[in-house]
Write a protein that binds this ligand. Structure first.
Ligand code: DAT
Length: 203
């Protein structure tokens, strides 16, 4: 039998490279800041609206999986086993979409994060928040001093590229809402960017 080939029909120009947004990876975000600045409140609100992302609170992970080398009575906190914390998270970070919540920034590999948010709170607002937690006088004053001296902000700036570090104020509910909206908008823009880059013809 003979086959007729419709030479006039060219399929190639109709083919438009298209990437399904659902298959685009989610970025990894670190939310850091002095205890009480609102990391957990912010992270919980983000994942409530972006359920594709997972909130990982390092403090809870350390307690659940015993990723520490005991309790420091003087500082009233666990002595972290940083290597085990990073090992525990490595695979999850590779998949993306992790919102890490921790009051430290430089124990993680730099390559993990696409965005790093440092939350800041005014002294007069932070003090009663920490008092509510029943912190000892020593722990309270150490945390207040750390916030005043912007210890976490400096640590974060020393550990990540300037372009990915954002400092946000977290004093009131209005601030909280706007921070959450900013993070969500940023995540969505980042994914659109990834998708656009993926379909761009390679040169
Ligand atoms: P963190 O995870 O940084 O230790 P958190 O999210 O537990 O802090 O917040 C501590 C307390 O302060 C908690 O009761 C929620 C409240 N809070 C946090 N951020 C706030 C904000 N921007 N406005 C009002 N309350 C806030």
């Amino acid at each position: 039998p003979t086959y007729r080939v419709a030479v006039g029909v060219r399929r190639t120009p109709l083919f438009r490279p298209h990437l399904d947004m659902a298959s685009v990876r989610y970025p990894n975000v670190l939310i850091t800041g002095t205890p009480g600045t609102g990391k957990s409140a912010t992270a919980m609100a983000v994942v409530a609206q972006l359920p594709q992302m997972t909130h990982v609170e390092i403090g809870a992970l350390v307690r659940d999986k015993q990723l520490h080398e005991g309790w420091d009575d003087d500082l009233q906190c666990h002595i972290l086993d940083e290597d085990r914390i990073c090992d525990e998270l490595e695979e999850q970070m590779e998949n993306g979409g992790v919102l890490v919540d921790f009051h430290g920034a430089d124990l993680f590999p730099e390559r993990w994060f696409d965005l790093v948010v440092v939350l800041r709170t005014d002294n007069s607002v932070l003090y009663p928040r920490l008092e509510n937690r029943g912190y000892t006088e020593k722990k309270l004053s150490e945390n207040m001093e750390a916030e005043i001296m912007q210890v976490i902000l400096d640590e974060t700036r020393g550990a990540y590229r300037e372009e990915i570090v954002v400092e946000l104020r977290s004093n009131d509910l209005e601030g909280l809402e706007s921070n959450v909206a900013r993070i969500i908008a940023w995540v969505n823009d980042w994914r659109k960017n990834q998708a656009a880059q993926a379909v761009e013809p390679s040169v």
